[in-house]
Design a protein around this ligand. Structure first.
Ligand SMILES: Cc1cc2nc3c(=O)[nH]c(=O)nc-3n(C[C@H](O)[C@H](O)[C@H](O)COP(=O)(O)OP(=O)(O)OC[C@H]3O[C@@H](n4cnc5c(N)ncnc54)[C@H](O)[C@@H]3O)c2cc1C
Length: 406
């Protein structure tokens, strides 16, 4: 039985928790990351992880500024320069092109295992960070000056601030008694890596069907990672059927845009829900990432929102330390909550609206959305604004999400 004191204790060393820790690296604060599961840091290069994330420019800058981007680049990242989105029930189409924006790309598709490995490698370089993994927690107690957590082995850890970065089913959020609002989408995302007859042209392809969208995300060896959101019943059938039949159905779902799907890897399925925590902060507590919000993956924004949470919390803590304020106090943490809640709610509502609009087979609505897509595609300023929003470049960015002056 031992007692250890930290300034910041982060529960959950996933992509968001690990990024938050790296953001506090090289500071005077003592930080610990508690992670229950050992990450797979030696992913075989011959295989692609079936879980990938579309990483926005804002998130790329966060990774660059905390020192993790090189670790991803040296493993494997796949830029995408174009994006084609269209409606299966009409002629509406929208096309985004990095060149039109004067950008080298619109973002990168990166395997979650690559992001995770680079972040863990990065945080292990900082002498002010302890990475406690695997470690399970048994209890937590809040006091006026800090929080005490008890590990499953009976050790106690004390911190001025506890951060819940422990995902959608957050144990920390539950211990704090923070309620969530939201609903299940009655959709499941089927994911896998596929090879197609035609090249993907470094383009992200997304077709909206009434049952849900199918997305093909380009990978650097010419294969694609797919996310097919559909009814739970169809998802079950899709994951159970033979490879040949799956390839055929998937080719049809993308309307043959990349020719036939000729090879498919292992398939996984993830039930989808929208969830938003009623509070992100309490005295001595902050929630970040999926612990605070989960979102439909149709625009690939979940982890990007979480990384923006982490970058904002780093800034609020650093500014409080500079101003000699108590960074675990409610008054300071509310700055983080006010900043991020508004941005997150806007994105959650937009994606929910999109999902509902495109899942609807009502004829007037189909006309409206097809005309809307075509008009938006023709209006460059509006289109550019949408893509800048999707790249995470609109609004007030935290320092870590800005380009570092040369
Ligand atoms: C099909 C699909 C596709 C997606 N595609 C994209 C995309 O393209 N772009 C994008 O931005 N987002 C995408 N997302 C969303 C993204 O995956 C999540 O937003 C992201 O994983 C959240 O990261 P996190 O670190 O907050 O939580 P998690 O990834 O859930 O990590 C939480 C961590 O906490 C640990 N943990 C949990 N409980 C405890 C505990 N009690 N003690 C210690 N450790 C604990 C877990 O082991 C885990 O490592 C997608 C989601 C799905 C389902």
């Amino acid at each position: 039985m031992s007692d250890t004191h930290y300034d910041v204790l982060i529960v959950g060393g996933g992509m968001v928790g690990a990024a938050l820790a790296c953001g506090l690296g090289d500071s005077k604060l003592s930080v610990a990351v508690i992670e229950a599961r050992e990450p797979d840091l030696n992913w075989p290069p011959a295989e692609y992880d079936i879980r990938v994330s579309a990483i926005t420019r804002a998130s790329q800058r966060i990774f660059e500024n905390i020192g993790a981007w090189q670790g991803m680049k040296k493993r494997r990242i796949s830029p995408y320069r174009d994006m084609h989105v269209w409606d299966a029930t009409g002629s509406g189409v929208i096309h985004f092109d990095a060149a039109e924006l004067g950008e080298p790309d619109l973002g990168h598709i990166i395997e979650n295992s690559v992001i995770q490995a680079a972040l863990v490698e990065c945080l292990q370089q900082f002498s002010n960070i302890d990475y406690l993994c695997p470690l399970s927690l048994a209890g937590v107690e809040w006091g006026d000056d800090g929080v005490t957590v008890t590990t499953a082995d009976g050790d106690s850890l004390f911190a001025s601030l506890l951060v819940g970065a422990d995902g959608g089913r957050s144990w920390v959020r539950e211990q704090a008694g923070i309620e969530v609002k939201g609903w299940a989408y009655d959709q499941t995302a089927v994911v896998c890596t596929v090879k197609t007859e035609k090249p993907h042209q470094e383009t992200a392809w997304q077709r909206f069907m009434p049952t849900g969208p199918v997305a093909f995300l380009p990978l650097d060896d010419g294969s694609s990672s797919i996310v097919w959101s559909t009814s739970p019943e169809q998802a079950e059938t899709l994951t159970a059927m033979g490879d040949g039949e799956f390839c055929q159905q998937l080719s049809q779902a993308l309307d043959g845009r990349l020719g036939q799907v000729i090879r498919v890897g292992q398939r996984g399925a993830f039930p989808l829900k929208l969830q938003h925590a009623e509070q992100y902060v309490r005295p001595r507590l902050a929630l970040v990432g999926d612990a605070a919000h989960t979102i439909h993956p149709l625009a690939g924004q979940g982890v990007n929102l979480g990384l923006a949470d982490a970058a904002t919390l780093v800034q609020v803590i650093q500014d409080a330390v500079l101003g000699r304020e108590d960074f675990g106090s409610y008054a300071v943490l509310r700055r983080y909550e006010r900043w991020r809640k508004a941005d997150n709610l806007t994105m959650l509502a937009s994606m929910d609206g999109f999902k509902r609009l495109f899942s609807n087979d009502n004829l007037p609505l189909r006309w409206m959305r097809n005309i809307g897509l075509t008009l938006t595609n023709a209006l460059s300023p509006l289109k550019n604004n949408i893509i800048r929003y999707a790249m995470g470049l609109n609004g007030t960015l935290p320092r870590l999400a800005k380009r570092r002056p040369l």
